[in-house]
Write a protein that binds this ligand. Sequence first.
Ligand code: 13P
Ligand code: MG
Length: 384
Amino acid sequence: MEKTTLSVMKADVGGYVGHTGTHKAVLMKARECIRKGGGKGLLIDSWVGGVGDDLVLILTHDKGQDSKEIHKLAWDTFTTCTETAEKLHLYNPGRDLMSNDFTGNIRGLGPGCAEMSFRERPSEPFVIFLADKCDLGAWNLPLFKMFADPFNTPGLVIDPSMHEGFAFEVLDLAENRTITLQLPGDIYDLLMFLGSHSRYVVNKVIRRVDGMVAATASGPRPPGVGRSVGSDDPALIVRCQNGLPSVGETTEAFSFPHIVSGWVRSKFQGPLMPVSMEHTRAFRLDGPPRVVAAGFQLAAGELDGPVDLFDDPGFDGARQRAMEAVEYLRRHGPFEPHRVPLDQMANTSFPPLLARLESRFVPHDPDDRKGRSSRKKSSSEESP
Ligand code: 13P
Ligand code: MG
């Protein structure tokens, strides 16, 4: 049987209103582009939607990963939708398109891209997680819970194909290199990396028993003017059931709204709130950061779905906890840890603002301090 490829592409081509959501006209244009461009056997199926201010294309086909034709279709869709955004004066048209020219692959040009090729199982359920207002490191904790924590995923204990564990491919964003750690043996080593989620991010999770790729995340976007890691707004594909986490074991990993970087101006930390597709628009201080879970069954490449998996009162508690964290963190205003640490403020307007004050700094003279303390000492010595 031929392999099916699942390509998930995501880009901010212009927001409505501001950074909060996606315009109906942009979604309609994207659907038209995919319908027209995906004909003649190029695509098997597709789904187009908006998550916050990001346009999302979910495409199935038999052209394999990194297919030039498929990436070109996605690129043309994003550029055409940028023109629509420009006509409507939407906010920041083409924000995620870092180049004017398509060079054969959408990776490196700005849009997020997660792809996976596999032979369909008799039943092929999978979940696509789509986040807005956060960095790539947002997947570290939930992926650890899904694939390494038996308190989240009992299948790790009771399913023989999962019992062997999973390998995590971790990308070092600073050095552009990867390391693969085998779990459960390397669990503590893995956590050293995953805890530093602004530098190390999970790229891929592989089932050890047979090498099956179980999960794959979109990669880093190129740095650009005004763009920072907090606006990665990543996508994640997770295959489910039969020796992989059940659909519920994947969603359970988001029942704790952990803290991620992104939110307003892409520079603030806040909880990742699981929301239904109806609630992806980010209205409170352009946030808080949020994630949707789109569940699909695949049938010979045809997408049956999405099922809106966080549209469930079972996640009301997580949403409530997220809003408690929002209230707490928001009281910090521009202070860390609500604002990201200073080293993550590089490549923003913050360093030039600080530089304006450079001339007002004076040396902090340790001798002067010594002088003051010795003066103090001698005066006390003098007193009876
Ligand atoms: P996005 O990353 O979703 O574009 O949001 C950026 C921002 O600045 C929100 O205030
Ligand atoms: Mg966004």
